[in-house]
Write a protein that binds this ligand. Structure first.
Ligand code: NAD
Ligand code: TDX
Length: 332
């Protein structure tokens, strides 16, 4: 493999993937990104110009997508509307980008016979009870809760159908909650870190008891490269790093790492339909492809992420006020 089309490469996980690919492979990358509110070209600053090409455009633009897919060996599709809260306010761009965008890409990959990897989420499986031991596996039935997760579930099903009906050379991965640099300040961890930096108390939805299974974005990138190299076409791989924590514990850890009292947060209105708990069993990825997370210690990964936001105010500051104004309108 020489050249990869990375959609959504100016977003959080896509940009981390492009940085990772530059450091760990000799591949060239073409980034296709619409630069919505969530995309930021600054996340790709400093990368080698002879190996990374940036194209601003929409994954729903069939002519553009066709031309780009024609000149790469593989497609890794990160582009999506990704924020659950936004999907509850206005689902329409979620249907367009997540469903029509995926359809547009897999049609182009099929026409040109290209390898396709689909980036998805553990949210397609719905949620688990707080007090059960069960975790999601590749065999868990789909049961999405939100407009966001239902469009991601739909996009996964399109890919599965294109494999079965048209022989598309595709794999799918469903990953748990990512953290790390370049994550938009609308998301939980960066929102709380930048609130503390601004002297504002972190905001916990509901009672803060909901559990997320945290993984560093670089570990996600390493897993995707492993699947591209050795994954079996038609297969789904769950990606997770055994990082279950409830939201209250994460906020208390952020406060402790930033030198603030453990109770210096506010409880705010809960998210409607708020999924209780996500947890990934990544045995298949670990045993079949030999992947293991490098960031096994959440606390040190979180401390490094806090340092990154401290050192990159110029990256996040332009989005902060508008994001908080939106949350204020929702009472959160
Ligand atoms: P993000 O919102 O930070 O980035 C999305 C990127 O896609 C942005 O750069 C945006 O400009 C671009 N984009 C949006 N609509 C587009 C369109 N129509 N055409 C072209 N580009 C468009 O999202 P993220 O958190 O980096 O998530 C990336 C992918 O990973 C998504 O598919 C998401 O479902 C999946 N995922 C995310 C997580 C997580 O914890 N954030 C976990 C598992 C899976
Ligand atoms: O201010 C907040 N306070 C709070 O308690 C915010 C923004 C969130 N939360 C809670 C809601 C969730 O339980 O924190 C948890 C994480 O919230 P988000 O960062 O919005 O992520 P989540 O809804 O879990 O979805 C994320 O992981 C799966 C990504 O945004 C998705 O794209 C991915 O598919």
């Amino acid at each position: 493999m020489q050249r990869i089309l990375v959609t959504g490469g100016a977003g959080f996980i896509g940009s981390n993937f492009v940085h990772y690919v530059m450091e760990h492979t000799g591949f060239r990358v073409v980034v296709l990104d619409k630069l919505t509110y969530a995309g930021n070209l600054a996340s790709l600053a400093g990368l080698p110009a002879d190996r990374v090409e940036f194209v601003r455009g929409d994954v729903c633009d069939a002519a553009l997508v066709d031309a780009l897919v024609a000149r790469v060996d593989a497609v890794v599709h990160y582009a999506a509307e990704s924020h659950n809260d936004n999907s509850l306010t206005d689902p329409s761009p979620f249907l367009q980008t997540n469903l029509v965008g995926t359809y547009t890409l897999i049609e182009a990959a099929r026409r040109h016979g290209r390898r396709y990897h689909h980036i998805s989420t553990d949210e397609v499986y719905g949620d688990l009870a707080l007090d059960e031991a069960a975790r999601f596996t590749e065999d868990t039935p789909y049961n999405p809760s939100s407009p966001y997760s239902s469009t991601k579930a739909g996009s996964d099903l399109l890919v599965r159908a294109w494999v079965r009906s048209f022989g598309l050379a595709a794999t799918i991965s469903n990953c748990s909650n990512n953290y790390g640099p370049y994550q938009h300040v609308e998301k939980f961890i960066p929102r709380q870190i930048t609130n503390v930096l601004d002297g504002v108390r972190p905001k916990l939805y509901g009672a803060g008891a909901n559990v997320r299974d945290w993984i560093h974005a670089n570990d996600h990138s390493a897993a995707v490269l492993a699947i591209l190299a050795d994954g079996v076409v038609g297969e789904t791989y769950l990606i997770g790093a055994d990082g279950e924590r409830n939201n209250r514990d994460v906020v208390e850890l952020i406060l402790a790492l930033m030198g603030e009292p453990a109770d210096a947060y506010d409880l705010v209105a809960d998210r409607p339909g708020h999924d209780l708990r996500y947890a990934i069993d990544s045995t298949k990825l670990r045993t079949e492809l030999g992947w293991a997370p490098a960031y096994a210690d959440f606390e040190s990964g979180l401390a490094a992420t806090i340092d990154w936001y401290r050192g990159h105010e110029g990256w996040w500051r332009p989005q902060k006020a508008a994001t908080e104004a939106q949350y204020a309108g929702l009472g959160r």
